[in-house]
Every structure is written in structure tokens, then in C-alpha cells.
Design a binder for this molecule. Structure first.
Ligand code: SF4
Length: 182
């Protein structure tokens, strides 16, 4: 099943994917302070971003309920290191790819928790902006950081690289599975 999961990620467009133990995932509540600075502009503007996604401590505890994670990445090409537009496009592409992986997730692993980069991104305009309920609460994905995941430190214990060359941007997702006690 692990091989099938890696293949599902690579087939969807991931550059690299690996199965890791959830114990390898490093978390820190400090990521909520980084979100609060709102450099991405999504604070309070997406149901799957803080503060609406929930308090960080229970979300970090939620991660520990699983045993394994498919840890995967995409690598986007940029014109140069100031190519903000290119970074945004690469992030959208990564999010779309995560939803492709999600299509097979239930069949492959059953109960799971799937986290991506930069908030949900499933709808063009999140209904949070209009104070309406989430359109797809069963599909919407939160970011790794909103759950307190330290992507940089976690990636160090894998075969994937956090940085993949000049004028590239790398994004990560994690599909957590094998809920403990089930
Ligand atoms: S599924 Fe749509 S409405 Fe729900 S959190 Fe994602 S972007 Fe917002």
C-alpha cells in the first residue's frame, strides 16, 4: 500500500514522495504566531486558515493520532528569486495536485488527514469572505503550518530536499493515515 501511495503522488505530479513515520513530524505552536503576522494575507479569510481552522494545540494533537504520512513535494520553476507571480502559480499547481492525490486517498488508506500548503485553495473565492458556510467541508484541506508542522525540520529526516536549486520554489503536503487504535 505504501508503494501505491507514493505512485499516486508521483502520478498526480509530485516531484518526490516518501512514507515517513508520524513520529518524524516536528511540530511547534510557534507557527500560529507566524500565521498571526498575516504575511500571506489569509488570516480570517479562509475557513481552513487561522483563526477559523481551530486552536493549534488540538490540531497538533490530531496529527499524533496517525502512524504514517505520505510526505510529498512539488518543485516549481521561477524566472528569478523575486518572481512572486511564479510562486503563486506554483502554489496553486501544488494545491491542485494535492486534491488529485486526495481523490484516491479514501480508497487507499481509509480514514486520513491531508494537509497541504498555503490554506485550502479549493474554491476561487472562499465563502469565509462572505460569511457563508464552507462549500466542501469534507474535502477542504488546511496547511501544514496551520497544524503547527515544521516543514523545514521535518524534511531534514527524509530523502526529500527543502530547497531544490536556484530559481525554484518547493511546496509540501502530507497525507496522514493508519489512525492509531483502529
Ligand atoms: S472548500 Fe471552499 S469554502 Fe471551504 S475552506 Fe476551501 S476555499 Fe473555503
Amino acid at each position: 500500500m505504501h508503494e501505491q501511495l507514493i505512485k499516486a503522488a508521483l502520478d498526480a505530479g509530485a516531484a518526490k514522495a516518501e512514507i515517513i513515520a508520524v513520529d518524524q513530524i516536528i511540530t511547534s505552536a510557534e507557527f500560529r504566531e507566524a500565521c498571526r503576522k498575516n504575511l500571506c494575507g489569509k488570516w480570517g479569510k479562509c475557513w481552513m486558515c487561522p483563526p477559523d481552522v481551530g486552536d493549534i494545540e488540538p490540531l497538533m494533537a490530531e496529527i499524533r493520532k496517525y502512524k504514517h504520512a505520505l510526505w510529498y513535494q512539488t518543485i516549481g520553476e521561477l524566472e528569478d528569486s523575486f518572481d512572486i507571480e511564479g510562486m503563486g502559480e506554483a502554489r496553486k499547481k501544488h494545491t491542485r495536485m494535492s486534491y488529485e492525490v486526495e481523490k484516491n486517498a479514501e480508497t487507499l488508506v481509509g480514514k486520513h488527514l491531508h494537509l497541504t500548503c498555503g490554506g485550502c485553495g479549493l474554491c476561487e473565492r472562499c465563502t469565509r469572505l462572505d460569511d457563508q458556510p464552507c462549500r466542501f467541508p469534507d474535502k477542504a484541506m488546511a496547511s501544514l503550518e496551520s497544524y503547527g508542522v515544521d516543514v523545514y525540520q521535518t524534511t531534514k529526516s527524509t530523502s526529500l530536499k527543502y530547497i531544490n536549486g536556484q530559481d525554484t520554489v518547493t511546496y509540501f503536503s502530507a497525507l496522514l493515515f493508519d489512525a492509531k487504535g483502529e
